[in-house]
Design a protein around this ligand. Sequence first.
Ligand SMILES: Nc1ncnc2c1ncn2[C@@H]1O[C@H](COP(=O)(O)OP(=O)(O)OP(=O)(O)O)[C@@H](O)[C@H]1O
Ligand SMILES: Cc1ncc(COP(=O)(O)O)c(N)n1
Length: 272
Amino acid sequence: MSKVRSALTIAGTDPSGGAGIQADLKSFQEREVYGMSVVTSVVAQNTLGVTDIHNLPVSFIEKQLQSVFSDIEPNAVKTGMIATVDMMEVIAEILKKQSVHYVIDPVMVAKSGHNLMEEPSRKTIRDVLIPLASVVTPNVPEAEILVDFTITNTEDAKRAAKVIVEELGAKAAVVKGGHLTGEAIDVLYDKQDYHFFKSERTNTKHTHGTGCTFSAVITAELAKGKSIVEAVAIAKQFITDAIHYTLGIGKGNGPTNHWGYRLKSLPNQGGE
Ligand SMILES: Nc1ncnc2c1ncn2[C@@H]1O[C@H](COP(=O)(O)OP(=O)(O)OP(=O)(O)O)[C@@H](O)[C@H]1O
Ligand SMILES: Cc1ncc(COP(=O)(O)O)c(N)n1
């Protein structure tokens, strides 16, 4: 059998390349995993925000999934933006039949404030998709919706990660600290222990697609056989460098630098 490892992202698009499917495929490539993608919604967006969303018909999403799974079985799958209940149900039916790692980035609202998930889907992601997940990676506002309490510090984040695992049924959860203050601390709970992943907070507005990139790297590392703790540690280092070595492009909240980790020993290559 081929030693090539592959990962599939099921998500929305970002034509400006910083978030969604485009960010996921760049991350898979950087982590040397063969990347595949199923588009759920085509999104007109850039670093300034979202102007329109075109949801693909559910039957067409199903056909794309069948095209992938009948040919190249991925070693790991991630989902990002899934706008509607119907889309979630079709994706769940197909993923239930696979024994692959499944990472959920429960994308709800874009950084620019635009809704990427219809309101009723919040219940479906919790009831139907999260029980199938190896890892769920909410940011603070998403975790607050999933667990229904306010998160203002790392203690609250710990409690939320535990609820997502023990009450909602995921194998593990990482509550990301990008939206809190002070050091950027992500909290992983995996049924046995808490693990903390810390970095300095970079003072930048260029954080478009950080969550997409972070969860895509976790997916790539799980596809290669890494443990959840190892995968999250690599993703944290990857996103820290991708934010630090900013590209400084775009008129709004710019994208991160997917090859930032390769510049680690070099001076900052530019941007603000
Ligand atoms: N300013 C920052 N400096 C360092 N790390 C950061 C910063 N902002 C976010 N991070 C890290 O980036 C990752 C993504 O976190 P964040 O909470 O921003 O996700 P998100 O809101 O889902 O992202 P997005 O919605 O842009 O895709 C986490 O590992 C977090 O700690
Ligand atoms: C298709 C898609 N998926 C996810 C995000 C979240 O990224 P951000 O919160 O940085 O806008 C996005 N903007 N677009």
